[in-house]
Design a protein around this ligand. Structure first.
Ligand SMILES: CC(C)(COP(=O)(O)OP(=O)(O)OC[C@H]1O[C@@H](n2cnc3c(N)ncnc32)[C@H](O)[C@@H]1OP(=O)(O)O)[C@@H](O)C(=O)NCCC(=O)NCCS
Length: 230
């Protein structure tokens, strides 16, 4: 099974996703078609919203068991091209030793859960620590995209990671999106990608105050990532 990109959804002016179209094409080179960095909306000239409304009344909190069904709906809607794979990915992380309940977060407003993100452990070989936080997957309900919800959730998650004393957070993500939160190219800091086909600019790390250069090593994705075809 070719690996599933977590950047499968491409947005149009009205915030709808084109991920389904992409999936149905079943591109012969899925990595190139789907992987991080290849479908970033801004980089590919997708029109920007002129004046996006700002998310209001949004609360961010750790997920609860009762949220699981609605989280699955949000994830499936966000990753419309690969709903089963990414929903299964979330469940597999949750069921694994790499899951960190305090760092699996939802954003909710008066309509309920509108976004979800997980920070969980991935392995590091050859670094000063054997594990490091990794941000994935990141899902905003399509009708709440591009109004700052994702940014709120990511900033909140990074703040919690910092408060927990963690030195860094990895992400395999949209190169046009994550640098605004301080993510930078991980390979330039000595990290080695967990998969050779991940575009270098999509393999990023956010250094937190506890960061030290000897953290760098080879990132190893745990078994839960098998759900994506790694
Ligand atoms: C990508 C995603 C998490 C962003 O969250 P969001 O709440 O919609 O985004 P925000 O409102 O915080 O930020 C909006 C900015 O992100 C940019 N952005 C959003 N999606 C983007 C994409 N796919 N590619 C490039 N830039 C993107 C917008 O252009 C906008 O940029 P601007 O501030 O310069 O105008 C969300 O759109 C989503 O869930 N998408 C589908 C699933 C997905 O691709 N997840 C990401 C996995 S790494």
């Amino acid at each position: 099974m070719p690996p599933v990109s977590l950047i499968g959804a491409r947005l149009t002016r009205n915030g709808r996703s084109h991920g389904a179209d992409r999936a149905h094409h079943r591109d012969p080179a899925p990595f190139l078609a789907f992987r991080c960095g290849r479908v970033a909306g801004g980089a590919n000239g997708v029109p920007q919203l002129p004046s996006p409304p700002v998310a209001e009344g949004v609360v961010i909190r750790p997920e609860r068991d009762a949220d699981h069904p609605v989280i699955a709906e949000v994830v499936r809607a966000a990753f419309v091209g690969h709903p089963d794979e990414v929903a299964s990915f979330v469940e597999r992380i949750r069921a694994s030793e790499q899951f960190i309940p305090e760092l699996a977060l939802v954003a909710e407003d008066s309509s309920g859960v509108i976004a979800h993100v997980m920070l969980s452990w991935v392995g590091v070989e050859g670094g000063s620590r054997t594990r490091i936080l990794n941000l994935t997957p990141m899902s905003v309900r399509p009708d709440r995209q591009r109004i700052g919800v994702g940014a709120r959730l990511i900033r909140d998650a990074l703040g919690r990671a910092e408060e927990a004393g963690e030195p860094a957070v990895m992400v395999e993500g949209i190169p046009a999106y994550y640098p605004r939160f301080g993510f930078e190219q991980a390979s330039a800091l000595g990290f080695i990608s967990p998969h050779p086909k991940i575009p270098d600019d999509a393999f990023m790390v956010k250094r937190l105050p506890g960061y030290s250069p000897d953290l760098a090593g080879r990132i190893v994705y745990p078994a839960a990532f098998d759900a994506l075809g790694y």
